[in-house]
Ligand binder design. Structure first.
Ligand code: AMP
Length: 225
């Protein structure tokens, strides 16, 4: 199963990604998570990425394309993968299409999670992340049992630097300008599936999995004939 999860910041990609990898056993490739780990470790990649991430800008295409190329060639990705947060620009999408052609693997299903902008701001500005284990909570929709403390590991909950209101607005603007054109790009290729990202996470997941299973079923059927 090969999947790209597309959608604005706050659409629920991270939550749905976790459910997809658990159900289908494919590895998750999240460029945001890889970059945050590099920032936390203070590597040269992390030091470069931090200057962009802190202000809600995109890290340069060649940097993230290199990260994804390295990751996709690892053995655990041969049977499938879930891309979350990549591609984010048409240049990244074109590089990915070339990469997959070179690797000789089928093109992924592209699931676009659609959520209106007012709702995105509400979701992102209330998000709190555990400094220790990266678990995600929300002051309104998924509050921790004790204010400011992670239910899972008792770590401190913080507001990610890029979840602060001004940076959120900047990230949404970057999404509209640089990432939204991907919807047209994948629609033209016949790979795009749009999913309403409002409602219960379980209901959204049901909509996504019915799309993915239909496509995988079709793949199996066409191979068997
Ligand atoms: P995310 O967790 O996916 O919202 O990513 C957090 C930040 O990491 C973004 O605001 C960007 O600065 C950077 N980032 C993640 N993925 C990409 C990508 N595919 N291209 C460029 N920058 C990225």
């Amino acid at each position: 199963m090969r999947v790209i999860l597309l959608g604005p910041p706050g659409a629920g990609k991270g939550t749905q990604a976790k459910m997809i990898i658990e159900r289908y056993g494919v590895p998750q490739i999240s460029t945001g998570d890889i970059l945050r780990a590099a920032v936390a470790a203070g590597t040269p990649l992390g030091r470069e990425a931090k200057t962009y991430m802190g202000r809600g800008a995109l890290v340069p295409d060649e940097v993230v394309i290199g990260i994804v190329r390295d990751r996709l060639t690892e053995p655990d990705c041969h049977g499938g993968y879930l891309l979350d947060g990549f591609p984010r620009t048409v240049a990244q999408a074109e590089a990915l299409t070339r990469m997959l052609r070179e690797l000789g693997t089928p093109l992924p299903t592209v699931v676009s999670l659609d959520v209106a902008e007012g709702e995105l701001i509400r979701r992102l500005s209330g998000r709190r992340t555990c400094q220790t284990c990266d678990a995600v909570f929300h002051v309104e929709f998924h509050p921790p049992r004790a204010m400011g403390i992670c239910d899972k590991c008792s770590g401190r909950l913080i507001q990610r630097e890029d979840d602060q209101e001004e940076t959120i607005r900047r990230r949404l603007q970057v999404y509209r300008e640089q990432t939204e054109p991907l919807i047209g790009y994948y629609q033209t290729q016949g790979l795009l599936k749009r999913v309403n990202g409002l409602g219960e996470t379980g209901g959204i997941f049901a909509r996504i999995s019915s799309i993915l299973e239909r496509r995988d079923g079709q793949g199996a059927a066409s191979q068997s004939h």
